[in-house]
Design a protein around this ligand. Sequence first.
Ligand code: PEP
Ligand code: MN
Length: 245
Amino acid sequence: MVIAGPCAVESRESLMEIAQIVSEEGVRIMRAGVFKPRTSPYSFRGLGEDALPMIAEAKERFGLSVVSEVMSSKDISVMAPVVDIFQVGSRNMFNYRLLEEIGKAGKPVLLKRGMMASLREFLWSAEYILLSGEKRIILCERGIRGFDTETRNVLDIAAVPLLKQKTYLPVMVDPSHGTGRRDLVIPMAKAALAVGADGVMVEIHPEPEKALSDGPQALDFAGFRRLMEELRGLSRALSEIKKEA
Ligand code: PEP
Ligand code: MN
């Protein structure tokens, strides 16, 4: 499964362009940030509620479902009419009260690994959501902090088979935040698929160099098409190997 879309909704026009290519490539779930957690309060923090009608229009026109991050429990009711899957971001994986509120919201949850969380802590956070009533949880490995500045994070590929040993929950990988570099997104997405991930989530943008957030890790449309082609090829090869085994 592939989830693709912008880091954040920036304008109606760019969102429609993105939704169109996403649906043309057969992707059924678009990511679309509304409230963005940014390290600097002076960075673009998302359009907020103004993005919601744009998302509703894109869903309607292109028949997509949408995942978006909830940063505060007060946004749950605001986002619920339009957003299909609630994302818990890396910075909020340890926000247990928020996890409980999201677990009661009646929507599937995409839970991202905290950037300094052990796998054990990651799983306990999923448990908070489960105990609050929501069983439809997708775990998402998005890299942990390391010392090397070549990449934004260290994408923990071993987490995928480990998490799959320990739970029945689907495990996705986010190679965009996991590396912070567009040139590494396709190779790491393929690595994720090869180790048994249930899917990948990637950021795309019509003009990544002009993106208001996370441009360096966004694929442009040609890159996104190449990603999809390479994943389809790898997926075919992997199922051949399975048949032979
Ligand atoms: C995101 O997916 O939009 C995001 C902010 O990622 P993370 O929480 O993993 O940093
Ligand atoms: Mn981002």
